[in-house]
Design a protein around this ligand. Structure first.
Ligand SMILES: Cc1cc2ncn([C@H]3O[C@H](COP(=O)(O)O)[C@@H](O)[C@H]3O)c2cc1C
Ligand SMILES: O=C(O)c1cccnc1
Length: 345
């Protein structure tokens, strides 16, 4: 509990002066006002987070892939066998997954954290997968707190090692089911609207997955004002760890670039636990999972990249990183009308 309360103590509102300075600087740079669209408010938001204008360049960046398994896999919500989670952890470590290729392209480091895979050893493992939430709560509150603290510790360690941007990643066969359940619970939008096809399921399996989520929400009645309660009843270990990772980034006042639907569901939990953590969040991309769009709307975040990706692993966050860095670099490097001798209108 100590790591969590220490992080919560440090999360606060943005620095209004730094935001105003960034907004004012944008108007003096050699471009028409507003010409950089969404990148302008993004750079100002990061100034508010850092408390200084311009804010630090978000480099080096680190993607943390949190891996876990899911008891609800037993309900037939995904066509993939559970052992793929552990096998993909091996693939990430060997550098062979899509996220590894994207990260090499972007110059982002990759860290893999086994917070709840059914097999294998890990210092960070809270449990060998969740319980089946179609039958009983997925986790205890203590297990949720332990997973949150894994995320906080990983964020802290990466920042201590020099990371200036934290990117979320996930791996866990069946994890789009708890993601949809979390999004339904936090937003109040019906399961039917937030549940998606994950790795690619047919209409029958989608209807069954939706029914499983509806049943779990009706049985457990999670309290949307209590982030830990919702995570315990219908969440996952990687969802909780990612929520903690976001809180850890917010506590260190380092931007956290969210990946897809698992990150969006974790972000809802983070905001329920610490509303000011929203100021550290950047929506990396719009996942094809319908729940992702609903969650981002609820959070008031606009995704940077919209390519129809539906993979997870942190792939969308890694792609977005260059845009975030470009937005900040403008404030550092672009000449002003005065300094460049360019006439104003
Ligand atoms: C080979 C493979 C690589 C992946 N990388 C990410 N996911 C993604 O798909 C899974 C969630 O989808 P569902 O809920 O439908 O099971 C998660 O592991 C997620 O990280 C993968 C899935 C597979 C099969
Ligand atoms: O957007 C995601 O995060 C996603 C989508 C499908 C499967 N796994 C993850």
């Amino acid at each position: 509990m100590e790591l969590l309360s220490a992080a919560l103590d440090r999360i606060g509102p943005p620095d209004a002066e730094a935001v105003a300075a960034a907004d004012a600087l944008q108007l003096r740079l050699t471009k028409p006002p507003g010409a950089l669209g969404a990148l302008e408010p993004l750079a100002s938001k990061l100034a508010g987070l850092a408390g200084v204008c311009p804010p630090p360049l978000p480099e080096p960046a680190a993607v943390a892939i949190f891996a876990g398994d899911h008891g609800v896999h037993a309900q037939g919500v995904t066509p993939w066998p559970q052992e793929v989670t552990g096998q993909m952890v091996g693939n990430f470590l060997a550098g062979g997954a899509v996220v590894n290729a994207f990260a090499r392209q972007a110059g982002v480091s990759v860290t893999v954290i086994d917070v709840g895979v059914a097999t294998g050893d890990s210092d960070y493992k809270v449990r060998t997968g969740t319980r089946d939430f179609a039958v009983e709560p997925a986790l205890t509150r203590a297990e949720v707190v332990a997973a949150l603290e894994v995320g906080i510790a990983v964020a802290r360690n990466l920042v201590e090692d020099g990371a200036k941007a934290l990117l979320t990643g996930d791996m866990g066969i069946a994890n789009t089911t708890p993601a949809a359940a979390l999004i339904a619970a936090f937003t109040g939008v019906p399961a039917e609207e937030v549940t998606g096809r994950g790795t690619g399921i047919d209409d029958r399996t989608l209807a069954h997955k939706t029914w499983v989520i509806e049943g779990a929400l009706a049985m457990h009645r999670p309290d949307s004002a209590d982030g830990i309660d919702v995570l315990a009843k219908v969440g996952g270990l990687e969802h909780a760890a990612i929520a903690g990772f976001i809180l850890g980034g917010a506590a260190a006042r380092v931007p956290v670039i969210l990946d897809g639907v698992i990150a969006a569901s974790a972000a809802l939990a983070a905001v329920a636990i610490a509303p000011d953590s929203i100021h550290a969040m950047v929506a990396g991309h719009r996942s094809a999972e319908p729940g992702a769009t609903i969650a981002l709307k609820h959070l008031g975040l606009s995704p940077l990249v919209d390519l129809g990706l539906r993979l997870g692993e942190g792939t969308g966050a890694v792609l977005a990183h260059g845009l975030v860095a470009s937005a900040v670099r403008v404030l550092h490097e672009v000449a002003t009308f005065d300094s460049a001798g360019v006439s104003e209108k």
